[in-house]
Design a protein around this ligand. Structure first.
Ligand SMILES: [Zn+2]
Ligand SMILES: [Zn+2]
Length: 231
């Protein structure tokens, strides 16, 4: 039987709450996980998705962040408080999430965005298991960027390590990257996985030709991202 999920069902046990940043809900037995919250203003939409699915919000056991950027973690403080879930992110991004270190941001973002620090209860590292998910450290977009891989379902929650845009895969612009060379290297890591459904932080889920689209990105990436002539 297909389990009820909060958000629009994408694959068995997984719901998407779309937005500028996609949030995903994952049900595994009695446990529910929320992956990325979006900006703080998206929190009511997430609460509503649980209400509409008639799932109590306090079912969420963990809020998993792919990385520390405000558009992915802005609602974490509110949602952790209202769910009593444990907030988890990679060890290297934790100081930016919990507010001990001010996150690096392009000037415009810094002027217009308020950071909402949130207490990190679980510091993830490469190879950790969270329910059916394994944590893959894929740095470059941020030092502690992670992807969450469900090997049994062949689904990959890629955050911003790889995103979808108009039918193609890409990586976010250089100005948001902590180390672009690393970000390009991390793509090889993702390509080595057996992925049927890619669930990116931005864009729409990709359920066809994931490997071919990743190959295409890996072919283009060095020229597109690393060797641009200076303007
Ligand atoms: Zn990001
Ligand atoms: Zn993003």
């Amino acid at each position: 039987m297909t389990e009820t999920v909060a958000g629009r069902p994408v694959v068995d046990g997984v719901g998407i709450i779309p937005g500028f940043v996609n949030s995903y809900t994952l049900r595994s037995g009695e446990e529910t996980y929320l992956i990325d919250t979006g900006f703080s203003r998206k929190a009511p939409k997430i609460v509503r998705a649980f209400e509409e699915a008639k799932l109590p919000l306090d079912r969420v056991g963990k809020v998993l962040l792919t990385h520390h950027h405000i558009d992915h973690m802005g609602g974490a403080a509110y949602l952790v408080a209202s769910t009593r879930a444990a907030l988890a992110c990679h060890d290297e991004d934790a100081p930016f999430v919990d507010g001990r270190v001010r996150p690096p941001m392009p000037l415009l973002m810094r002027l217009f965005m308020r950071v909402h620090p949130a207490p990190v209860a679980v510091r993830l590292k490469e190879g950790d298991r969270v329910g059916p998910l394994v944590v893959l450290h894929v740095p470059g977009h941020t030092p502690g960027e992670v992807a969450f891989y469900d090997a049994a379902e062949k689904t990959l929650f890629s955050g911003d390590s790889v995103v979808e845009h108009e039918g193609h895969l890409s990586i976010p612009a250089a100005k948001y990257a902590s180390n672009l060379e690393q970000a390009v290297q991390s793509l090889e890591r993702l390509r080595a996985l057996d992925v049927e459904v890619l669930l990116p932080g931005h864009g729409v889920p990709v359920s066809r030709n994931v490997a071919a689209l990743l190959d295409d990105l890996i072919r283009r990436a060095p020229a597109d991202y690393l060797h641009r002539p200076a303007k």
